[in-house]
Write a protein that binds this ligand. Structure first.
Ligand SMILES: CC(C)(COP(=O)(O)OP(=O)(O)OC[C@H]1O[C@@H](n2cnc3c(N)ncnc32)[C@H](O)[C@@H]1OP(=O)(O)O)[C@@H](O)C(=O)NCCC(=O)NCCS
Length: 168
């Protein structure tokens, strides 16, 4: 899928832009710490891909890390959904995974996030695991995690999704 015109994807260069990224994460996740699979992860320590619009504003961001033969997408978000930013960020991180020699990309999302589940599965990721109660445990570490999410669905569990990288 071709990304929309009006913004481009690139590596975040840090500096002032990193402050904009921190603000974006504050608005999206309530701060720079995300809790996933029983781990509190500081997004400021991770490499980031950013979507930047023609006015220099952040249109979206993806933070990732490589551990062993896998690339984990720790955070992905678009400032405005449905205009192609998420797809372009995902395409860009697939290129990062290939460059790193990773065998797979993986991530977790929460059981309420039906939009994300649709988004990922339509782009080839497969659900490979369910960690029942993972978000309930995460909430003990980060009490600001809501108890009810999109569409009024109670948030309890993490779903793990993976995309195999061809050639591995
Ligand atoms: C999940 C998320 C990252 C997806 O990103 P996105 O930018 O909305 O994704 P896209 O715009 O690329 O694709 C979403 C839909 O918009 C459509 N779309 C893409 N480009 C479009 C365009 N130029 N015009 C109209 N529609 C378009 C796509 O067809 C897609 O529909 P599909 O899933 O049925 O194929 C985004 O919704 C988001 O930020 N959610 C909040 C944070 C979040 O939950 N992150 C995931 C946590 S694990």
């Amino acid at each position: 899928m071709q990304p929309s015109t009006g913004w481009q994807i690139r590596q975040s260069f840090g500096g002032e832009e990193r402050e904009a990224l921190d603000e974006f994460h504050r608005l999206t996740w309530g701060g720079h710490i995300v809790v996933a699979h029983d781990e509190a992860i500081d997004l400021r320590t991770l490499p980031a891909l950013v979507a930047v619009d023609d006015g220099g504003r952040l249109a979206g961001a993806l933070c990732w890390r490589v551990v062993d033969d896998s690339l984990e997408v720790v955070s992905i978000a678009a400032a405005r959904s449905g205009v192609g930013v998420g797809t372009a960020l995902l395409d860009a991180v697939v290129a990062e995974a290939r460059a790193a020699g990773s065998h797979r990309i993986w991530l977790v999302t929460t059981n309420d996030n039906l939009r994300a589940l649709r988004f990922y599965q339509r782009r080839g990721l497969r659900i490979v695991g369910v960690d029942r109660g993972a978000v309930d445990r995460a909430r003990l570490m980060k009490p600001s995690i809501p108890t009810v999410g999109d569409d009024g669905v109670p948030i309890h569990d993490e779903l793990r999704l993976e995309l195999s990288i061809e050639g591995h």
